[in-house]
Design a protein around this ligand. Sequence first.
Ligand code: AMP
Length: 399
Amino acid sequence: MKILVINAGSSSLKYQLFDMDNETVLAKGLCERIGIDGHLKHTPLVEGKSVFNEEIPMPTHAEAIAAVMDKLTSSEYGVVSSMHEIGAVGHRIVHGGEYFSSSVVITDEVLKLIEACSPFAPLHNPAHITGIKACMEVLGKDVPEVAVFDTSFHQTMPPKAFIYAIPYEYYTEDKVRRYGFHGTSHRYVSARAMDMMGRHDDDLKLITCHMGNGSSICAVKGGKSIDTSMGFTPLVGLPMGTRCGQMDMGAVQYIMHKHNLNIDEMLEILNKKSGVLGVSGVSSDFRDLEAAMAEGNKRAELALDLFHYWVAKTIGGYVAAMNGVDGIVFTAGVGENSAETRKAVCEYLGYLGCAIDDEANSLHGTERFISTPDSRVKLMVVPTNEELVIARDTKALVG
Ligand code: AMP
């Protein structure tokens, strides 16, 4: 069965086509500048086919999907002979609110509920809905579509972890609570870690650190999320590439008054100009920060120190929440690639009996243990694969 995985943004659309008979990716690509002019980069991953990287008019997402279909089935760039080989489509959806604790086949009712969650993710959910409707238009309603939510893995959090300490009516009437994000990634890497450790029991305590441009940490007990660092939005928790993480509302109000900013201007700063970019004044990219620090840039060093400190103290909080930890997993762009970050974080964790193996830590790219044999806590690197989870859930629901 071939499954197309779609991640639709407001002006972009990422895709991967999976052959689920052997879980391989046949082709992947990115449409950009949808609604402006349109550009498609399509990369076939089978031999003898060429990469396509050119401008194509894309007034709406439907033209983008049509262009993707055209390339997937063309003799020069294609990997399938006809669109009818695509058995189903899986969509990444950022917000499922409290409606969805697992992936679902998309029906009219499901579409309405995804729409009902749009106020919680105004930049993402409307774009996902546009992507779903574009697929229905181009592929036809007979091809089943599945929604896989970033929030659903965290629906197992207990109320003490998700309720904000504000008047309770804001939860009961307005659904204001902590939801958490990156759930598909935390779910994938925690499941891999359970396999790697050969343990699938309810007592297994894992802490998964998704550290990329956006970062979050999750406490996973017996395979279930019991707490996570992001909240009602993905702005909070750890300091990130450009997002502020934990912040005092009083300081926010003070800055707004002092600099005469309205709430949208302030949120733009907290979302796009803060985090390690804001502190360092150098970059949101950890490679640039590590290079700047090596050249003696003190603010780049401070930004990295601050990031490591927040990761370590969040891990410490989750050790308390679970009364222990058996394994800590690092994933995403920084977690998978930066040996320096993993080492710096683990240096805080000696009190837990975490001992990092420098040689294993310095390797690249592969799923592996990076703890010494006598480390009390297993340390692991697991490359995340959110698209594969979406393809697997889609197959499970429609296959
Ligand atoms: P993601 O959001 O998961 O795609 O991760 C993007 C982040 O990964 C960027 O901030 C990159 O700086 C970071 N990254 C990628 N490769 C490396 C590397 N070799 N060392 C440090 N950071 C890296």
